[in-house]
Write a protein that binds this ligand. Structure first.
Ligand code: ADP
Ligand code: MG
Length: 315
């Protein structure tokens, strides 16, 4: 793709803000980056493949916001401050309009999260995109999955299940009676996830564990529980549900979507009760949905027959 590299470089080369520690950016064999003294580098990679993670012919802007939002969410879940992104682009052909639209939204997202694109790779093949994100955090302060203690509050940011409903709208599985406002909101939750960066940073040193919800609350919470060797008592009534989600699915299916629907990219974390007040200071609504217990597994969902109520359908 020799000629195409010029196209890529044209749309992906931009000077980085001076405060991001970028000593050398796109155009050499490597980028050279400075990690501030006393900090660790946090690194994570995600890949989106057409037909697997987004529908064929999805608008390039939507692919860009989803790629960056979902990848940066891993930095948020660690309590890291976003810094740098490298991009792996596999394109079936050098479609300048596509690249232009994709890169415009990509740069917009990077500005929002105060990040710099510092390199990448471009190849020809079926449409697929990888983003590796790099963030920094004070040495030893990363929010891991393994510190939850019996008695801690189990908390989540935002509302859950919206992204799942957004995907169902795209798949035409939902009643067309949904209002345009509800539908737009749910679709935006699927295509433009908001990484909870400030929340992760504020929770450093306070939360005992943290994860971002990519596979569904139950699946992701279970990673915390097994890494920490504890269980959870959840309060079904306390699950944060948007009005739009309830309009779309009704209460019971909304609760199931909140528990099992993926890709909300909200944070789920455990918090000693004495730090409860920090929930008002995360830059996003947050609430308590249960408590860490010594009994392994998850209790509190017995009134919701997940199998009968369509858990399989949502799996
Ligand atoms: P090399 O052959 O040394 O690996 P490449 O020719 O692949 O270098 O890339 C040249 C420069 O362009 C490198 O700095 C690389 O990081 C950058 N680059 C290539 N593709 C992309 C992309 N999709 N986004 C951002 N930078 C890219
Ligand atoms: Mg090289």
């Amino acid at each position: 793709m020799a000629g195409e590299f010029d196209l890529i470089r044209r749309y992906f080369t931009r000077s980085a803000p001076s405060d991001l520690g970028v000593d050398l950016s796109v155009g050499d064999d490597c980028a050279l980056l400075s990690v501030p003294a006393g900090h660790q580098l946090a690194v994570s990679l995600d890949t989106l493949v057409e037909g697997q993670h987004f529908l064929p012919n999805t608008a390039p802007e939507l692919i860009a916001s989803r790629l960056v939002g979902s990848t940066v969410s891993d930095l948020a879940a660690m309590g890291a401050e976003p810094r740098w992104l490298t991009l792996g682009l596999t394109l079936p052909l050098a479609d300048e309009a596509w690249v232009k639209a994709f890169s415009t939204e990509l740069h917009q997202c990077l500005d929002t999260y105060k990040m710099a694109l510092v390199g990448g790779d471009t190849t020809k093949g079926p449409l697929a995109l990888s983003a590796q994100v790099h963030g920094v955090l004070p040495q030893g302060q990363g929010l891991t999955r393994h510190g939850a203690q019996v008695g801690d509050l189990i908390c989540v940011t935002g509302t859950l299940g919206d992204s799942h409903a957004g995907l169902q709208i795209e798949l035409k599985n939902l009643s067309p009676a949904l209002s345009a406002a509800d539908s737009d909101y749910l679709l935006s939750r699927f295509y433009a996830p908001t990484p909870r960066i400030q929340a992760g940073i504020v929770l450093r040193g306070l939360a005992t564990s943290c994860i971002d919800i990519s596979d569904g609350l139950l699946a992701d919470l279970s990673h915390i529980l097994s890494a920490s060797g504890v269980g959870a008592a959840l309060d079904l009534e306390a699950l944060p549900l948007s009005d739009s989600l309830i309009h779309a699915l009704g209460l019971t299916k909304a609760q199931i979507a909140a528990l099992t629907g993926g890709e909300d990219f909200e944070l789920c974390f455990t918090l000693p009760a004495e730090h409860r007040a920090v929930l008002n200071n995360l830059g996003v609504a947050a609430c308590v949905i249960g408590q860490v217990s010594e009994h392994l597994g998850v209790s509190g969902l017995e009134s919701l027959d997940l199998n009968k109520a369509g858990f399989d359908h949502f799996a």
